[in-house]
Design a protein around this ligand. Structure first.
Ligand code: LLP
Length: 419
């Protein structure tokens, strides 16, 4: 059976939108994102909260403004992401900043902006933030990112995106928290200890590991509050809410919030601001990467070898090459006959430039799209192999409301001539 063509997306006609545009480009459903943001905000049911959207997942200003408009704040991991969030209108007290190796300049910007929390990831960073705050004659709001040190096997996700195990570089080990607390107390003239945070991993398709991490964090938060009762304001249980890439996902993002709330209430922490840092779930399902088929390739002597050569490559969408991620491929236009397996590959000179085997029509389609490409798609794109970055099209109410076309190929040549 051949799937019906994926012609309509976000209420718009994809073949028509593609006909006048260079491919590959990412097409964004802003209405879908807005609704996902609102639903997640509503899942707190009135409790003090901050949905700090992880800007690294998709940092297009149009996306960021859409989510901010739906009631989110921002989770940033670099000075430029912080500047972007501020320039898109994020209120400083709705921004948190994580990262294991923040530079002095990045720490300075965060302190100067007065953001809700600088999430420190090591005991050493506490003294660095304090000394920068003294230089700026400001106080810094600081949370400690805790590494809940779960068993690696307990975090059911790809090993490259599991962070909350004890050999990960992220956060302060739960066993080391007393040293972090002592360091915060020592730097009390420059730092307000405002909370604790954790992030166990990404693309979690069940709440179990998230709850386990939250439970460990909550025990630490209770200790933290005893020490810093007057300044503690937040508990940040992190991002990681998974989506259905086609293999199924039994949870919706709000389920993670609804599961953690009772734990916080029971621990006497229900009055604190409950922060979460979702990235993927707010953007991934609402974007497709549109690509033209360049040609087919077959081996007359090995008929089982058949490739569909498309104009999107691993430089445009890195996830399959880096994490063996599967992005469903759908037909936008063309194609005839019964479905058969095609190996869909891009133009980049790497064996890993391979999007996997997909059931597509025997008579090759002309335009296809990779689904669920809104998170860690464009943000991880590169110009490898002299390839221009993909274009971006933003849809709302069934029409294109904004776009950044794919850069002309000559621009890459001009740039490299300068080097
Ligand atoms: N907070 C922290 C501290 C993080 O490290 C991350 C993601 C997030 C929040 C957002 O996680 P999300 O809700 O999006 O799962 N490039 C990989 C994912 C890397 C995630 C890095 N950290 C991928 O394409 O699957």
């Amino acid at each position: 059976m051949v799937d019906a063509p994926f012609a309509r997306f976000a209420g718009a006609d994809l073949p028509e939108i593609t006909s006048s545009r260079a491919t590959p480009f990412y097409a964004h459903d802003l209405d879908g994102m807005r609704q996902a943001g609102s639903e997640l905000v509503a899942s707190f049911a009135g409790a003090a909260h901050l949905v700090a959207y992880a800007v690294k997942a998709n940092s297009s200003a149009t996306v960021l403004r859409t989510l901010l408009g739906a009631g989110t704040g921002a989770d940033v991991v670099s000075g430029p992401e912080l500047d972007l969030a501020l320039r898109c209108g994020a209120q400083p007290d709705r921004i948190v900043f994580s990262g294991v190796a923040k530079t002095d300049d990045e720490i300075d910007r965060a302190i100067a902006a007065g953001i809700a929390s600088i999430h420190v990831e090591s005991i050493e960073e506490i003294a660095r933030v304090a000394s920068r705050a003294r230089v700026l004659a400001r106080r810094a709001s600081v949370s400690v990112r805790v590494n809940p040190a779960l068993a690696k096997e307990a975090i059911a996700t790809h090993s490259h995106v599991a962070t909350g195990h004890d050999e990960a570089k992220f956060g302060v080990l739960a066993d080391d928290m007393r040293y972090a607390i002592a360091a915060l107390a020592r730097e009390g003239d420059a730092i307000d200890p405002v909370g604790v945070s954790a992030h166990v991993g990404s693309q979690l398709t069940e709440v179990g590991p998230y709850l386990e991490s939250a439970a460990a964090l909550i025990a630490i938060a209770q200790e933290f509050r005893k020490e810093f009762a007057s300044t503690m304001r937040l508990v940040d249980t992190g991002g990681g809410m998974g989506i259905d890439y086609g293999a199924g996902c039994g949870v919706v993002p709000g389920d993670f919030v609804r599961a953690v709330r009772p734990l916080l209430e029971r621990a006497g922490l229900g009055d604190l601001r409950h922060v979460i840092e979702p990235g993927r779930c707010l953007v991934a399902p609402y974007v497709v990467l549109v690509s033209r088929v360049v040609q087919t390739k077959a081996s007359p002597s090995r008929p089982e070898l058949r490739w569909l050569l498309v104009d999107a490559g691993m430089n445009d969408l890195l996830r399959p090459a880096l994490y063996q991620a599967n992005h469903r491929v759908a037909v936008i236009a063309g194609g005839s006959g019964e479905a058969r397996p095609w190996r869909v590959v891009g133009p980049v000179c790497e064996s890993s430039d391979d999007f996997g085997l997909h059931e597509l029509p025997e008579g090759a389609p002309a335009i296809v799209c990779f689904r669920d490409a809104g998170a860690y798609g464009f943000t991880m794109a590169s110009a490898y192999n002299g390839r221009a970055l993909p274009g971006e099209v933003f849809l709302s109410g069934g029409r294109v409301v904004h776009e950044v076309p794919r850069a002309p190929a000559e621009r890459w040549v001009e740039d490299r001539l300068k080097a």
